[in-house]
Design a protein around this ligand. Sequence first.
Ligand code: ATP
Ligand code: PRP
Ligand code: MG
Length: 282
Amino acid sequence: MLRIAVPNKGSLSEPASQMLREAGYRQRRDTRELVLADPANDAEFFFLRPRDIAVYVGEGTVDAGITGRDLLLDSGSTATEHLPLGFAGSTFRYAAPQGTLTDVSQVAGQRVATSYPVLVADHLASHGVQPAGIVRLDGAVETAIRLGVADVIADVVETGSTLRAAGLEVFGEPILRSEAVLVRRAGAEAPAGLDVLTRRLQGVLTAQQYVLMDYDVPVEHVERAVAITPGLESPTVSPLHNSEWAAVRAMVRRSETNRVMDDLYEVGARAILVTTIHACRI
Ligand SMILES: Nc1ncnc2c1ncn2[C@@H]1O[C@H](COP(=O)(O)OP(=O)(O)OP(=O)(O)O)[C@@H](O)[C@H]1O
Ligand SMILES: O=P(O)(O)OC[C@H]1O[C@H](OP(=O)(O)OP(=O)(O)O)[C@H](O)[C@@H]1O
Ligand SMILES: [Mg+2]
């Protein structure tokens, strides 16, 4: 039985459950459920605080879990990143009142407020910067400067609107680019079922990131067209009733759909059709 920890609250919770559902696993309907058995998939889900998930996985209490890369690094746990999951993307950055600081070296001698004290201490140490202190807060970190408990903050930034509203701006290089990740215990033998979970999640990611493209192209231009849509292994090329034309089918990155259609049209492809992929195993 594979034991998997899933965030019970916060921005990771709903998309993590949604991704597991798309991968064919049972997920809870009632947010008060703390444990959910999925006997058909030989799995059991534990709904835990996102910040605690790496700790449980590192201890081996559960086999794998979904958390944020930033939370994993801040936990100090021996759990290791197994698969990036492509949602809850953010950067982790220093910020200060607009027009004041420009470089991480200027954090020396300043008080830094953050919910991620280990991440910040490690980053400052790796840059040889000694702050006056690190103030650990649970949230609403952006308010700490106005309230006088810190001079600098280090926090999650997605759109930047929370910072702007607080009159702050980022400075220095990003400390980290974070996203939701599947974590597992480091060094231990892969638990039974982890390979299947991984392949299923990769299938969901691929279905989200790729489309299926079909088109007809004159036989003499097949090689040029296929160079534009090389597919994952190799595109399918089929004969058509009119022997001067061939049909091609290939997977294409969703973000490149329109550029690829333009390029195909240029080399003579016609009847270019794009279909979403519902599920796949690669
Ligand atoms: N606005 C955001 N955009 C993207 N990811 C975010 C955002 N806020 C938090 N995260 C990510 O969510 C994880 C933190 O989850 P956590 O549940 O602790 O905080 P939260 O989502 O801010 O919830 P809350 O503060 O309401 O409890 C981190 O991995 C962080 O990078
Ligand atoms: O760049 P933005 O799009 O504004 O998003 C970033 C904000 O979102 C999160 O806060 P949340 O709303 O979870 O509140 P919290 O600070 O209490 O955790 C995070 O801690 C930042 O404050
Ligand atoms: Mg928050």
